[in-house]
Design a protein around this ligand. Structure first.
Ligand code: OAD
Length: 242
């Protein structure tokens, strides 16, 4: 009921949102990427500087997996809700895939960047700045003039979030009457703080996650289930209990 009556709904999603599309999460035991790979090597500026080839190859594989993945029933349920209730829903995602966008939530706020986008690694001091690059198979493309490297457009540990995204996400959380938190461990800040922002302004906070998260205490309701199964029920007309 609350969801259908709410004039503003904010949804924060994490890697679990895309798990049923076949994209691995980070912190799930056994299947999570950070249980098999070292984030210091693969998700930091220092790691990329030390071994750009390995890091580039790892992201190239993940890019292929994300291009091949399809939005699941949870992504579609959010997009359908946004179409039915124009202007009500803001999706804020920590995910670097484009599954919300491909399902129809084209305005989803991406807190941690876009894995399919390229950007220059170093800020270029030359004028005109880096513009052309040459690619060798298996290596990150580099600037033909100064050697600057191309890197994936994701946020790595220790880096600032893309400008504007966090502010927009905080505004959406602070304006929300219902906050849905889907498929995140709540281990990474500042994204994890959006649930408490919403709670402080009196929003009803619902967590959807098959396992406990670090921010369960912020929730009025915890739905122990998966995104693709629970979101269609929660968001369909008249079928939600929250
Ligand atoms: P995590 O891997 O930390 O957490 C994934 C969460 O999804 C866990 O709490 C799981 O229990 C839950 N989960 C698993 N399958 C699910 C399903 N089918 N439906 C719903 N929930 C499910 O991922 P994030 O919280 O997104 O940073 O991680 C936050 C950030 O840490 C990521 O954005 C990434 C990573 O380092 C960057 O890329 C910058």
């Amino acid at each position: 009921m609350r969801l259908q009556a709410a004039r503003r709904v904010c949804v924060l999603t994490g890697a679990g949102m895309s798990a049923e599309s076949g994209i691995a999460t980070f912190r799930d035991a056994l299947t999570g990427l950070w249980s098999r790979f070292d984030p210091a090597q693969l998700a930091s500026e220092q790691g990329f500087r030390a071994d750009p080839r390995t890091v580039w190859a790892w992201y190239a594989e993940r890019r292929d997996a994300m291009r091949a993945a399809q939005p699941n029933a949870g992504h579609h349920a959010l997009a359908d809700f946004a179409r039915r209730r124009r202007g009500v829903l803001t999706v804020v995602t920590q995910n670097v895939d484009d599954l919300h966008q491909r399902a129809g939530n084209t305005e989803a706020i991406r807190l941690h960047g876009d894995i399919l986008a390229d950007r220059w690694f170093d800020r270029c001091a030359r004028l005109p700045a880096c513009a052309t690059h040459e690619a060798e198979p298996g290596r990150p493309p580099r600037c033909a003039r100064c050697g600057n490297l191309v890197r994936p457009g994701v946020v790595w540990f220790g880096e600032m979030l893309p400008p504007g995204g966090l502010e927009a996400a905080e505004r959406a959380a602070a304006a929300s009457e219902v906050m849905l938190v889907v498929g995140t461990s709540g281990a990474v800040w500042p994204a994890a703080g959006l649930a408490s922002t919403a709670r402080q302004v009196g929003a009803w906070v619902v967590i959807v996650n098959p396992h406990p998260s670090e921010i369960d205490a912020q929730a009025h309701e915890v739905v122990r289930g998966t995104a693709a199964i629970e979101l269609p029920c929660l968001l369909s007309m008249g079928a939600d209990s929250s």
